[in-house]
Design a protein around this ligand. Structure first.
Ligand SMILES: [Zn+2]
Length: 166
């Protein structure tokens, strides 16, 4: 017996509302995002620096120190190039998603890498944030549109569909 053609998608309307409770710790980072600041916190006991920071150290449970501002730059720790289209996708492939070691922290942040040919993205590459317009800033990581190479020589213009929401 031959197998039938696969069912690729079905309509399944689903609405889900949920409330994210940021808590005191994560609120620091969220307020920072609304004013273009990467606010981190350090553990006074083990010196681990968190961004975003919880209220207490995940390793030794000590309450974290007062927030301080990071430069927001970092290095690509790992990345993948998304080449396949899939339903519900926010961006047109190919695009790059990376884990970024923000300078000054011991934690990684996941974000898009833009303004670069995906073939030129490399481990250890230094990147910097590109923010949304000032009137679009909000207490969310969405205030950072994407990261781009710090080296201007690596940068290429954004594709048309990504320039539109600048
Ligand atoms: Zn600690």
């Amino acid at each position: 017996m031959t197998l039938p053609e696969p069912v690729e998608t079905i309509e399944a309307p689903l609405k889900m509302e949920y409330t994210y409770v940021a808590g005191v710790g994560r609120s620091v980072y969220l307020h920072g995002m609304a004013r273009k600041a990467f606010l981190a916190r350090r553990c006074p006991r083990c010196r681990m620096v968190y961004f975003p920071a919880p209220e207490q150290c995940a390793r030794c449970l000590a309450p974290l120190d007062e927030p301080f501002e990071l430069p927001g730059t970092g290095e690509i720790d790992t990345f993948c190039v998304v080449n396949f289209p899939f339903p519900g996708q926010l961006y047109k492939p190919p695009y790059v998603v990376a884990h970024i070691n923000l300078h000054g922290t011991g934690t990684r942040l996941m974000h898009r890498i833009m303004e670069i040919d995906p073939a030129d993205v490399a481990l250890g590459q230094e990147v910097e944030p590109v923010w949304v317009a000032d009137d679009a800033l909000e207490p969310s990581l969405a205030s950072v549109r994407y990261f781009r190479p710090r080296d201007p020589a690596l940068r290429v213009p954004l594709p048309e569909e990504d320039s539109a929401d600048a």
